[in-house]
Design a protein around this ligand. Structure first.
Ligand code: 1GP
Length: 233
């Protein structure tokens, strides 16, 4: 199949040109489809992507939400699934996540194998992504659902080595995640250390609620920032 437009390529290009990307995360469980167009009028004008996903989402809900977003918003819709049931072929791209900070085989390869039947005949662009969960000061849903232990923010070298292991394994993006609703986001120190060691773009999310935190992440080397909770109400 010929991919006419590569979303990964656009992210790589942005990283190369030091352009900053902003993704708003929509959790299908908490999103009111009836108010979709109102929601998209209120997101920041510099938003470049819409991510869709959550830790626990009812069957079929993601598909309805993706369709509603597509009806009123022209930004690329990228799946950020908590599990294989959240894969909707209506979206544009899929972050094919492996939770490489954890040691739970289900989130390293189990869910990925289960998602293949849905993906293989779709037009979704599949983007191999190393997902690293870092302690954000409280137990977040991703920690509970994945049953994995986040890396302590003090373990900078462990984060860097995990990210590098992801890059060496062929991941095209590294996602540094403090968890949705984290008390504090991934530190500048970690982002800087990972960015200076890696050749692939970095996404940072979890606990980012204001412009200052967003700019900190960019200045430290994130190509994309993801914000969810800040826009939920
Ligand atoms: C995306 O899970 C985050 O990586 C979203 O986190 O809800 O805290 O913005 P917030």
């Amino acid at each position: 199949m010929i991919q006419v437009q590569s979303y990964l390529e656009e992210i790589r290009q942005a990283a190369f040109e030091e352009r900053k990307l902003l993704s708003i995360l929509v959790d299908p469980d908490k999103f009111d489809v009836a108010r979709a167009s109102e929601f998209f009028q209120k997101i920041p004008k510099e938003t470049t992507h819409i991510f869709v996903g959550g830790s626990t989402v009812k069957e079929g809900e993601t598909c309805a939400v993706v369709k509603a977003i597509k009806n009123c918003c022209s930004l690329p819709v990228v799946l950020f699934p908590g599990d294989h049931s959240q894969i909707s072929t209506e979206a544009d791209a899929l972050l094919f996540l492996s939770l490489i900070s954890g040691r739970n085989p289900e989130f390293l390869i189990g869910q990925q194998v289960r998602s293949v039947e849905k993906i293989k005949n779709s037009d979704l662009e599949v983007i191999p992504t190393g997902y690293i969960l870092i302690d954000g000061g409280r137990e977040t849903s991703v920690q509970k659902v994945s049953n994995t232990i986040p890396i302590d923010q003090k373990e900078v070298k462990q984060v860097v080595n995990t990210a590098l292991a992801g890059q060496y394994s062929g991941k095209q993006l590294i996602y540094l995640e403090a968890g949705s609703g984290a008390n504090f986001p991934v530190s500048s120190q970690i982002i800087r250390a990972v960015a200076s060691s890696l050749e692939i773009p970095i996404i940072v999310g979890g606990g980012i609620r204001n412009r200052q935190q967003m700019n900190n992440a960019y200045q430290s080397g994130a190509t994309m920032v993801v914000m969810g909770t800040a826009f939920e109400n």
